[in-house]
Design a binder for this molecule. Structure first.
Ligand SMILES: C[S@@+](CC[C@H](N)C(=O)[O-])C[C@H]1O[C@@H](n2cnc3c(N)ncnc32)[C@H](O)[C@@H]1O
Length: 258
């Protein structure tokens, strides 16, 4: 896809302006996660948390190394123990792709959290750097004995974890947002799978498309998820402080009742 400036015709085409044509391998920081998911550090310390998909986020690295959360695991389809330089390159390339796309339509974004595009680039590059060093140290690359299991390859809608392995599953900037990439069934099966591997909660941010609208199938999806979980689940929508795409600030909490 061309990274050149968008012409008037394509700017008028909401799809080309707002939707990335592929899921990018970038990531946010621990503090951005606290905002996206309405979380408080004091409530996280005793939890086993899965970040799914974790991408190039430094959430797992920071939660484990700096904030001493009981357990934080990241999973992603890109995690490949034998090719760390390829992962790093993908992270750098996708960051530039995202920055280029965003620079073409800065007015669609709310610049309260990051003063400007350069600051955004630095924030994302810092997360990538922290992720890569931790991945190199605590991934399987140098640990064939599988002493560490912090970064796990997983391809949704399937997860390689036992039932109720975690207390909390976090999923950001993936479901709903990439409505143009993943269909209803993918959302349905992925959410059920996340619910399978948690004992308490799944949190998903955002539940909106880039144009800030909640997908029209949302209610149907929730009804079906509840049926599949034999009604042993409740859900609520929370407004969060994290708002970069203007108006995209709603997070879904799915709570298991058994
Ligand atoms: C935009 S990143 C989000 C990373 C992180 N959650 C955050 O908010 O910063 C989306 C990630 O989804 C991963 N991904 C795409 N399709 C996937 C699938 N079917 N299963 C697992 N991961 C997938 C990509 O590799 C990418 O790293």
């Amino acid at each position: 896809m061309s990274n050149g400036p968008l012409n008037n015709k394509s700017i008028a085409d909401e799809r080309s302006v707002l939707n990335l044509d592929r899921v990018v391998f970038i990531g946010r920081s621990f503090s951005e996660y606290l905002w996206m998911f309405n979380l408080d550090l004091s409530n996280l310390k005793d939890l086993k948390i899965l970040d799914c998909p974790s991408g190039a986020s430094s959430f797992v690295a920071e939660a484990s190394n700096e904030y001493k959360v009981k357990q934080a695991v990241g999973c992603d389809l890109m995690y490949d123990d034998n090719n760390i330089s390829m992962i790093e390159k993908k992270g750098r390339d996708d960051l530039e792709y995202m920055i280029t796309r965003l620079s073409q339509v800065p007015d669609f974004y709310d610049w309260n959290m990051y003063p400007n595009i350069e600051d955004l680039r630095k924030t994302r590059a810092s997360s990538l750097g922290k992720f890569i060093s931790d991945y190199a140290e605590k991934g399987m690359v140098n640990n064939p004995s599988k002493k560490y299991d912090r970064y796990v390859k997983a391809i949704l809608p399937n997860l390689p974890f036992n039932d109720k392995s975690f207390d909390l599953v976090l999923s950001s900037n993936f479901l709903f947002y990439y409505h143009n990439v993943f269909d209803y069934d993918f959302h349905h099966d992925s959410i059920l799978e996340m619910l399978r591997v948690t004992s308490k909660e799944v949190r998903i941010f955002p539940i909106q498309k880039p144009d800030a609208k909640i997908p029209e199938y949302f209610e149907t999806l929730m009804e079906s998820i509840k049926r599949h979980m034999q009604e042993k689940i409740s859900f609520r929508i929370e407004k969060v402080k994290y708002e970069f795409r203007s108006g995209v600030n709603k997070m879904l909490v799915l709570k298991r009742d058994g």
